[in-house]
Structure formats: C-alpha cells, structure tokens
Write a protein that binds this ligand. Structure first.
Ligand SMILES: Cc1ncc(C[n+]2csc(CCOP(=O)(O)OP(=O)(O)O)c2C)c(N)n1
Ligand SMILES: [Mg+2]
Length: 348
C-alpha cells in the first residue's frame, strides 16, 4: 500500500513557537544623549575626512578604509555597551576605535605609522588593537573577525565576566564560510555575541544583490536558530533601540543574535576605488535623503537646540581632529630596533 506523502517541509514554519526578541523601538534619547550622539558621529566624520586628506598628502601608507556615511551604526550600538563588553570589526575600524574611548591622536598617529600610535605604529589602519579598551581589532581578512569575535564571546562566558562581544562584519563578509561555522557554535553554546552585519550595500565593487542568494541578511542565522533583526542603520536612535533589545536577549543567556544594519558608505571602498559600480547620483541621493548626522541635527533642532550650540560642537571637534593630525605628523616614527619587538611571543 502506498504511503501518504510526508507533509512538505516548506509548509511548516521553519521555527514554530520559538521565542523571538521583542521588536526594537526607536530609543527615547534625552537631549543630552542626543547631543552626545551628534558629537560622536561628527567626530568620526571629521576624523575620517582628515584621514583622507593625510592619505592624499602621502602621510598615511598602505590601506585605508573610511567609515563616512555609516556613523550612526557604531554610535548607536556602542553607546549601549558597558565596560565589560568587547568589540571586534574588520578593516573599516577607525570609528569603532574612537567609540571605545581611544584618543583620536593615538588612532591618527597609528595611521601615520608613528611610535605613539595605539599599536606603536606597527598596525596601521587595518590592524589596530587595544586590549585596554576592549577593542580586539582591526582585521584585514574578510570574515575572520566573526570567528575571533565568537571566541571572545566564549571567553566572556567561560570567565563569567558578564560581558558581550559586539562582532561587526560587512555584507560581503556575510558570504564567507567561517561565519556559518561560528554561528553554529555560538548558538549551540549560547555564547554572548551580537553579530552586527553592516550592510552598506557593496563589497568593494559588488552590490549585495549581485553576490547574495539571500539578500535579506538578517535571515542568515535562521538555520542555526539565531534570531535576526533588520534595522535602519542611518538612524542613530533606531540603532540604539536595536542595541537595547539585542543586549537584553544576549545578557539573558538566550544565545547570539544578528542585527542587520542597513547603511551606506559615501566614499570609495578604500583610497583607490574606480567608483564605476554606482552612479554619483545614487550616492548623492542617499546623502540628501538619509544622512545620519543631518537627521540627528533635525532632531536636535526640534528639541530646541540652537544653531550656535551646534556650531560650538563643530568647532570643538575640528580643533580635536586638527590637534590629532598635528600630533600624528610631528611625533617620531618607531626606532629601527622596533622591527624586532612584538613579533614573537615565547610561552612554554
Ligand atoms: C578572505 C578575504 N577575501 C577577500 C579579501 C579582499 N577584500 C577586501 S575588502 C573586501 C570586501 C568586503 O566587503 P564587506 O564585507 O561588505 O565590507 P565593507 O568593505 O563594505 O565594509 C574584499 C573582498 C580579503 N581581504 N579577505
Ligand atoms: Mg559592504
């Protein structure tokens, strides 16, 4: 007798009755908090513009990837972190470092390869690091930071320090194999990791739609039972609201979570980018309609903050960034003997 066909899988919801994180809401920021978000986003933007100039002058060598356009993501998310938490990201890392409390002059001096740089001038733009600030790089291998961040999550859990790892990666990195090995372990062991996909629409010159079979990247954890949420990454309050829910989920011991932050980079992938894969109009349209700093400025104006106050913040930031650049140009390069230090750790 012929058996009745099994119920097709596709008719069954992939994850029936599974607990989900609450839908994030816009963060209700006080006026002081909003001003601080504005200040931090502006600091990143002016810092990056200055880094671009120093690169043009030949003062920064090697690779350099600017974060301009994406500021609301890191500011919104990292404003919710506590001192116990750790941060790891790829090579587009200057903004994340500033938000970890690393002084702008130490980051800028690292870019110019000086001994006073946060990694003694040996890391440069892509490989900065500061354990003291719980910033674990700065990684040039696309996707590698996801596995390392999962390891940081394991360390938080193993040591019971109550910390969470914020592991950032790009839309391009989300197609790397090691990301999925990491997802599996992280959910299996309920590791405290917030995976942040900074979907800026492009991986070098390839758009996400041309390279990703599933372009709704927040779904990428489904088969590992990792919940995902898609967020407007151009709105600092949406980013902070998402951080609140994600951290509550992870801190409650429910395992990892994915935040897909929809964002956009205004500048080229790195300092050499032929820019043939998108039109100027496309970039301009995002700047005009969705700039995260302009959006925050409008919110502040609605709160009654006067233009003078915003101009004062702008002046303070320009001064800070100029001082960082002057320091980065004038402080000495490492001694030649430094070539032989920090290259090998002997432990047995
Ligand atoms: C394993 C590996 N493959 C390829 C590269 C070359 N590469 C450098 S950046 C990049 C694009 C990554 O794009 P995405 O993850 O979207 O990050 P974004 O640059 O947009 O921040 C590629 C392919 C690399 N560095 N490492
Ligand atoms: Mg990208």
């Amino acid at each position: 007798m012929a058996k009745a066909p099994a119920k097709p899988r596709s008719a069954v919801p992939a994850t029936p009755n599974r607990e989900r994180p609450a839908e994030p809401t816009l963060y209700q920021a006080s006026k002081a908090e909003l001003l601080e978000f504005y200040r931090q986003m502006l600091l990143i933007r002016r810092f990056e513009e200055k880094a671009g100039q120093l690169y043009g002058l030949g003062l920064i060598g090697g690779f350099c990837h600017l974060y301009i356009g994406q500021e609301a993501v890191a500011v919104g998310l990292q404003s919710a972190l506590s001192e116990k938490d750790s941060v790891i990201t790829g090579y587009r890392d200057h903004g994340h470092m500033l938000l970890c409390g690393i002084p702008p002059k130490d980051v800028m001096a690292e870019l110019t390869g000086r001994a006073a740089g946060i990694s003694r001038g040996k890391g440069g733009s892509m490989h900065m690091f500061s354990v003291d600030h719980k910033f674990y790089g700065g990684h040039g291998i696309v996707g590698a930071q996801v596995s390392l961040g999962t390891g940081l999550g394991f360390a938080h859990k193993y040591s019971g320090d109550g910390g969470v790892c914020l592991a950032y990666f790009g839309d391009g990195a989300s197609n790397q194999g090691q990301v999925y090995e990491s997802f599996n372990m992280a959910e299996l062991w309920k590791l405290p990791v917030v995976y942040v996909i900074e979907n800026n629409q492009y991986a070098m010159g390839t758009s996400v739609n041309r390279s990703s079979a599933e372009d709704q990247l927040y779904r990428r954890g489904e088969s590992f039972r990792i919940p995902g949420i898609q967020i407007d990454g151009m709105d600092v309050l949406a980013a902070r609201g998402a951080a609140e829910e994600a951290l509550a989920w992870v801190r409650a011991g429910k395992g990892p979570i994915i935040l897909e932050m929809k964002t956009y980079r205004y500048r080229g992938h790195s300092m050499s980018d032929p820019a043939k894969y998108r039109s100027r109009d496309e970039v301009q349209a995002v700047r005009d309609k969705s700039d995260p700093i302009e959006h925050c400025k409008k919110l502040l104006e609605a709160e009654g903050v006067k233009d003078d106050e915003l101009k004062t913040i702008e002046q303070e930031i320009r001064k800070l960034v100029n001082e960082a650049a002057d320091f980065a140009e004038s402080t000495p390069e490492p001694e030649p003997g430094e070539l032989y230090t920090n290259v090998l750790v002997e432990s047995y």
